[in-house]
Design a binder for this molecule. Structure first.
Ligand code: XIL
Length: 360
């Protein structure tokens, strides 16, 4: 297991193991049964689980502790933005893989897997596409080409693809998007088939939020996946984004819900975990947040085929939350100074205490 920690001496100085020690105080190590010197990555390896993070490429380039922790604490990475369509093809026909390739190389040098995110989504599309005047036939071939070329470019180097993202409304109906409107519901099966053709070994995921618990939306996803698989469509996994807010109360029944998907025989993954709160943060909110993270990780550990647990960024310093949800923040497991929050310690101890065999 030790071999998994590919950290240099310099990296260790800023790595979390040490930061945690500082945060907990020198005496805390004796009281707490938590092995502070072990990264999430190493602890998860014991459970045959990849623990991942979304990566902000600007931070990775400019911020030394960010880069060091991204490389040492996790065994999988997801590009936060650079594999989205608007990033890959800002002008029609000019595809730019530079930033995405940089992340793939970063990951390969550190023995990390890459979760490809995302092929078909209604958001972060280039304006030449959304504002273009295309026939249905043209749009279908544009989408086909995007899926095929993207997957082919990364062939053999991307472990999972989020093939279709956020296709459902909260009530379980299909979301009105350019794809549904122009191509009809068959775009979903098409996208999976095209992706599979381009890289038959990549695991192909449907990914969405608010499907961590049972309800109309997760019922619809379950139904979709069951139907697609019965039709022989290559869908291999379901990603639970896990964007939670403690002000809504923490959801229950998460492990039971994961099991419904597990029973279909597909892989599952927590793909974008973050647990936000109305600012300012306080001790009680941070404890609730930690429990939120714990619930998601626990559900994953209990599911036979849950293969990865990814946080949507690891530090409050670069979180998407304050810019998206007004007045909310502090959603990540480390604070803005890379100090471990209760959520980080809870993930550590949950991994350390778990043996997947006995949890099930
Ligand atoms: C977010 C990124 O974190 C932001 O930087 C970007 O401005 C918007 O998208 N669901 C997803 C992710 O699938 O791609 C989103 O990421 C968050 C919600």
């Amino acid at each position: 297991m030790k071999a998994l920690r590919l950290v240099t001496a310099a990296a260790v100085t800023s790595s979390l193991a040490l930061l945690s020690l500082t945060a907990a105080g020198p005496a805390a190590g004796a009281e707490e049964p938590v092995p502070w010197d072990r990264s999430l990555r190493e602890l998860a390896a014991d459970d045959r689980l990849r623990v991942g993070t979304a990566v902000d490429m600007n931070a990775l380039a400019e911020d030394v502790p960010y880069r060091s922790i991204a490389g040492s604490e996790f065994s999988s990475v997801t590009p936060e933005n650079v594999m989205k369509w608007d990033a890959l093809e800002p002008r029609r026909g000019e595809r730019d893989y530079a930033a995405a390739d940089r992340l793939v190389r970063f990951a390969e040098q550190r023995g990390q897997k890459v979760r490809g995110h995302v092929l078909v989504w209604h958001s972060q599309l280039p304006s030449w596409l959304t504002q273009g005047d295309f026939t249905k036939e043209e749009l279908r071939s544009i989408l086909r080409r995007h899926v095929t070329e993207t997957v082919r470019h990364f062939k053999g180097r991307v472990w999972h693809w989020d093939v279709v993202n956020e296709a459902f409304n909260e009530d379980g109906t299909l979301r009105e998007s350019i794809w549904l409107r122009e191509l009809g519901p068959g775009y979903i099966a098409d996208a999976f088939r095209w992706a599979h053709q381009a890289d038959p070994r990549a695991k192909l995921f449907y990914n969405d939020y608010n499907i961590e618990w049972a309800g109309p939306k997760s019922d619809a996803v379950l139904d979709l996946v069951r139907t697609l698989r019965a039709e022989g469509v290559p869908v291999h996994g379901v990603g639970f984004q896990g964007h939670w807010g403690i002000q809504y109360g923490l959801p229950g029944g998460v492990a039971e819900n994961f099991k419904r998907f597990d029973d279909l025989g597909v892989q599952t993954a927590v793909t974008e975990a973050d647990v936000r709160m109305i600012m300012p943060a306080d001790e009680e909110k941070l404890a609730t947040q930690a429990e939120g993270y714990r619930r998601m990780l626990d559900a994953c550990l209990r599911a036979r085929h849950c293969v990865s647990f990814t946080v949507w960024g690891f530090t409050d310093k670069y979180s998407w939350v304050p810019g998206t949800f007004e007045g909310e923040g502090a959603a990540n497991i480390l604070d803005e100074d890379y100090q471990a929050k209760p959520a980080y310690r809870t993930l550590q101890s949950t991994l350390a205490d778990s043996s997947r065999a006995t949890l099930r």
